[in-house]
Design a protein. Structure first.
Length: 262
């Protein structure tokens, strides 16, 4: 019997063809692998078939964490952390060139992605992120400028990551069956950042402020949140633009200049 917790947004991937397709997006043989939210271990089983060097698993649900520890007790390369990923020091367990997999809970998937993007080390130790999201959210993550889906998430993502591959997953591939489609994204870190921001929290803060009223021109928001001398030296663009009319590169430049005052 499967015990589900609605609070954890649990929808388990059961389609074996999709599971194989996800794992085959990258060669994990003799590689360090991290898996977020394995549930019963369907994806984990397939990863282990490919003989990775190590496999570190993060599972918040104590019921599943205990079952996984029993299931993989004889697998010396497996280590299981019964932790909340949002409060867990992910960076300490990521070895160089690691692959990170995750069939992420829909209710916190964007928070998990942002957490990974904000890891301090740059370039990061991971070589690939293979994560599953609600389709609508995934489209916002990879949206290009200019488009209707373009916004905070796509700006943050495009600063650190490139989209390598993506594919659609039907609700029929899960138990329980969700009401929406999912999208698997294969993301890879940019090895060199053209515009260097010392602390990506500043880019996150900037986009939070400007997209708070995304349909309004940014002039009032800027004047409310920044000093006059900061506005003159930082915002070298038309303040009558709306947040979604500003290119990602301009957000990166503004965040970089903003660091002088923080």
């Amino acid at each position: 019997m499967i015990f589900l917790k609605k609070s954890l947004g649990q929808n388990f991937l059961i389609d074996k063809n999709i599971i194989k397709r996800i794992v085959n997006l990258v060669d994990v043989h003799k590689r360090h692998v991290v898996e977020i939210g394995p549930g019963q271990g369907a994806l984990t089983d397939e990863i282990l078939k490919k003989k990775p060097k190590t496999l570190k698993i993060i599972e918040k649900d104590i019921h599943f964490a205990k079952k996984l520890k029993i299931k993989y007790a004889k697998e010396k390369i497996v280590r299981i952390y019964n932790e909340d990923i949002l409060n867990f020091n992910l960076e300490k367990i990521i070895n160089k060139n690691s692959i990170i997999f995750g069939n992420l809970p829909y209710n916190i998937s964007s928070q998990i992605l942002v957490k990974i993007i904000k890891l301090k080390k740059n370039p990061p130790n991971y070589a690939s992120l293979i994560l599953m999201f609600q389709k609508e959210l995934a489209e916002k993550i990879i949206a290009k400028f200019p488009s209707k889906k373009y916004g905070r998430l796509s700006i943050l993502t495009s600063y650190k990551l490139n989209v390598k591959d993506k594919f659609l997953v039907s609700p029929n591939c899960f138990f329980p069956k969700p009401k929406i489609n999912s999208l698997v994204l294969h993301l890879q870190p940019k090895r060199k950042l053209i515009i260097k921001i010392k602390n990506i929290y500043n880019l996150e803060k900037l986009t939070n402020i400007l997209f708070h009223n995304k349909r309004k021109m940014i002039n009032k928001v800027v004047k409310k949140n920044f000093k006059t001398n900061q506005i003159k030296s930082i915002f070298k663009l038309n303040l009558n633009l709306r947040p979604a009319e500003i290119k990602p590169e301009d957000y990166f430049k503004i965040a970089q200049k903003l660091e002088r005052y923080l």
